[in-house]
Design a binder for this molecule. Structure first.
Ligand SMILES: [Zn+2]
Length: 72
């Protein structure tokens, strides 16, 4: 009985502690101001071999990220 309870608590701790990757994905997908899901747009400029990545929050009307990725 006791050992089962400890196991359940440990599972809960594992599930509620975000790994660095999960934390990164959460930062990446959600607005840092209000926590709403970010809307991503990717605009590909084939002529320049660039992908322009933009994320914005509908609620805050802010642009959060603007990364350029060079196509390999
Ligand atoms: Zn927001």
């Amino acid at each position: 009985m006791e050992s089962k309870k400890i196991a359940e608590i440990m599972v809960n701790i594992v599930n509620t502690t975000p790994t660095p990757i999960e934390q990164y994905l959460e930062d990446y997908n959600y607005c840092p101001l209000c926590g709403d899901e970010l809307l991503y747009t990717h605009v590909t400029h084939f002529g320049h071999s660039l992908v322009k990545e933009e994320a914005h929050c509908e609620s805050c009307k802010i642009k959060v990220k603007n990364n350029d990725h060079k196509l390999q």
